[in-house]
Design a protein around this ligand. Structure first.
Ligand SMILES: [Zn+2]
Length: 403
């Protein structure tokens, strides 16, 4: 199956490794680096696809390293990827210095008791995954048979092993609604990670705060460059990573819950690259957050037969949802308020944008239009559609569409 047919996730976890096992894993990493380098040396200037590099360098690696046959295959593939990247970049020959090694399901087994077994150049190593008491966000992949382990990478730095455990699950086909669908609009941002057209706010405050703290730690420690400083930095990075991924899962679940509660068959986001262009404060971290969030929502939504689409977000932050007047100065950026110059309606900036995203999906359809029939936007107090205008929900409760 092509890669687009899978959802992929990475669960980052430490490993509890005794001295003897650590020795074996370090030995593997050294041999792996050497194997990748041998494969690059042989294939450089000759070929760059996985199958070509494998065919060319397999025997050499089998003869000149102590890697097992499957790790030899993986090392030739890793070399092929590095050659390809180097060609796309500056064309200088790759050097393998990073202490990491790739595993697949033939060289790694993940067990239900949260241990992992890894092939080395010697005996296999079996060790515990270091997870928080409740299993952390990693538990949802480890404990769910829908997610199967996939290609993973072991990293070694400052005496610690960290496993980037890959999981995948087949991407289900969600039959898009043909007509009459209700859409939930979602606006993405830097202060509020996501705001729905039904006025549910998901703050990014703690995410931004943790990340700033991490940057400060990094800045103050990079000056010292000692081993303990490096370890402190690594631990800080690990804990930020745990927090960020956990929060992304929370927000994705919240968005899909909201769609279900308001009986929406579609969730609309602004197209991600455009969203990043529009937001002056967004940096690569936010770009990463948005794409992770979108993928998490797609996965959760598919399980409930809800389609996720992207719409052109242009002017969604400048258009007044009450009267349609569109102007860049409709906004009071200092206060995060939308204030319409024409009708004087005011609303939270992001909430107004989320409503416009939903409305755009109804009016113009999603970007990858396959004739999706959205006909109404879900708002907090009712539905709005081009034909019927505003229709309040029958009951104004927390679950107004639960009849
Ligand atoms: Zn207005």
């Amino acid at each position: 199956m092509a890669d687009t047919e899978y959802f992929r996730r990475t669960a980052v976890t430490g490993l509890s490794v005794g001295p003897a096992e650590a020795e074996r894993l370090r030995g593997l990493i050294e041999e792996w680096k050497r194997g990748c380098q041998l494969a690059v040396n042989e294939a450089w200037g000759v070929c760059h696809t996985r199958s070509e590099v494998q065919q060319l360098a397999y025997d050499t690696l089998r003869e000149e390293t102590t890697l097992g046959s499957q790790h030899v295959v993986l090392a030739t593939h890793r070399a092929a990827e590095a050659i390809k990247r180097a060609q796309d970049r500056d064309g200088s020959k790759p050097e393998f210095t990073s202490p990491s090694v790739t595993f697949d399901t033939r060289t790694m087994t993940v067990f239900d008791d949260r241990t992992v077994s890894l092939t080395t150049t010697d005996e296999r190593v079996r060790c515990d995954l270091s997870l928080s008491a409740d299993g952390g966000y990693q538990a949802q992949f480890l404990d769910d048979e829908q997610w199967e382990p996939a290609k993973s990478t072991l990293h070694y730095r400052d005496g610690e092993f960290v496993l980037h455990l890959g999981f995948r699950t087949p991407r289900p086909e969600v039959e898009p609604p043909t007509e009459g669908a209700t859409v939930l609009g979602v606006d993405l941002g830097v202060e509020n990670l996501a705001v729905t057209s039904t006025a549910r706010f998901f703050s990014a405050g703690e995410l931004n705060h943790r990340r700033e703290q991490f940057e400060q730690v990094r800045a103050s420690l990079s000056a010292t460059g000692t081993r303990s400083a490096s370890r402190t930095l690594k631990q800080a990075g690990y804990s930020v990573d745990q927090f960020v991924r956990g929060r992304l899962h929370e927000v994705a679940n919240g968005i899909v819950d909201e769609a279900e509660q308001y009986d929406c068959q579609l969730v609309a986001f602004g197209e991600l690259s455009e969203v990043v262009d529009i937001l002056p404060e967004a940096d690569p971290f936010h770009e990463w957050l948005f794409s992770q969030l979108l993928s998490l929502v797609e996965y959760r939504a598919a399980a409930r037969d809800i389609s996720v689409v992207q719409v052109n977000p242009e002017y969604t932050s400048q258009r007044c949802m009450e009267c349609g007047f569109t102007h860049p100065e409709n906004r009071n950026l200092d206060e995060g308020q939308f204030e319409c110059l024409k009708c004087e309606a005011s609303a939270n900036d992001d909430y107004n944008a989320a409503k416009n995203i939903a409305f755009r999906c109804v009016r113009r359809g999603p970007l990858s239009s396959r004739g999706l029939g959205a006909s109404a936007c879900a708002l907090r107090s009712g539905l709005i559609s081009p034909n019927d205008g505003f229709t309040p929900y029958a009951e104004l409760t927390d679950a107004p569409r639960s009849d």
